[in-house]
Design a protein around this ligand. Structure first.
Ligand SMILES: [Fe+2]
Length: 230
């Protein structure tokens, strides 16, 4: 993806998040200079992968296959210490018919929540013994209510509604055609997108970036390139 495209996506994301009356933490809008003026006190932001994450899944067509995420809080993936943070919270934006490709997680359990905007559509399958799509029915909890669906069912979530997904469930989601884009909340166990995603078809979780202008705000995948990390 071009950096100029990522910057424009960020500007629109900040505007939409404001329209939805959600508020991002201050580091969401730090400039590169502000990032570089900080010291070891921001270690948790860097190590726990907090911040912006924008991807086209390596497919070069962001509005068909793409996702905007902002990780608000997260623990460390393999931290077993007594006071380790065991949870993660993200805010995501999906456009109408903009797909997050079919995937499941090895470890993460997550609630996907429609926080506002249009209707979210989520397609679900159970994993089979070969880590492929099972034809068996899928049981999930929707706002605390257990429901069972045929494999490949598309579940619709309107603002306020949520689905609980366990690691044995493949899922794909997008905003319903004609309903408007959706602000999604994600509340989950600790997350590491470098190692905890299994996509059904091979995709690149992080896009290669063509630097054609300065970053408006850093992606968390940029920290290693822009900040001195000890
Ligand atoms: Fe997921």
């Amino acid at each position: 993806m071009k950096r100029s495209a990522i910057n424009q996506i960020m500007r629109e994301a900040v505007k939409f998040i404001k329209e939805m009356r959600f508020h991002l933490p201050p580091f969401a809008c730090w400039t590169v200079k502000e990032w570089q003026s900080k010291g070891p006190e921001i270690q948790e932001i860097i190590e726990n992968q907090l911040g912006w994450d924008i991807t086209d899944f390596g497919r070069g067509d962001f509005y068909k296959y793409g996702l905007i995420l902002f990780t608000l809080r997260n623990g460390k993936f393999k931290d077993a210490s007594k006071h380790a943070k065991p949870y993660c919270e993200k805010i995501l934006i999906v456009e109408e018919n903009q797909n997050t490709p079919l995937h499941h997680h090895f470890s993460k359990k997550e609630d996907i929540i429609n926080r506002g905007g249009g209707t979210l559509q989520v397609e679900i399958y159970k994993t089979d013994d070969n880590d492929q799509l099972s034809e068996k029915p899928v049981s999930v909890y929707i706002d605390g209510i257990r429901k069972t669906f045929e494999a490949g069912s598309i579940i619709e979530l309107n603002p306020g509604e949520s689905i609980y997904l366990t690691p044995d469930i493949y899922h794909r989601f997008w905003a319903k055609n004609g309903s408007g884009k959706v602000l999604i909340g994600e509340v989950s166990t600790v997350n590491d997108d470098y190692m905890d995603n299994k996509f059904h078809e091979e995709v690149k979780r992080f896009s290669d970036i063509k630097e054609d202008e300065e970053p408006l705000y850093l992606l968390y995948n940029d920290y290693k390139n822009y900040l001195k990390i000890n």
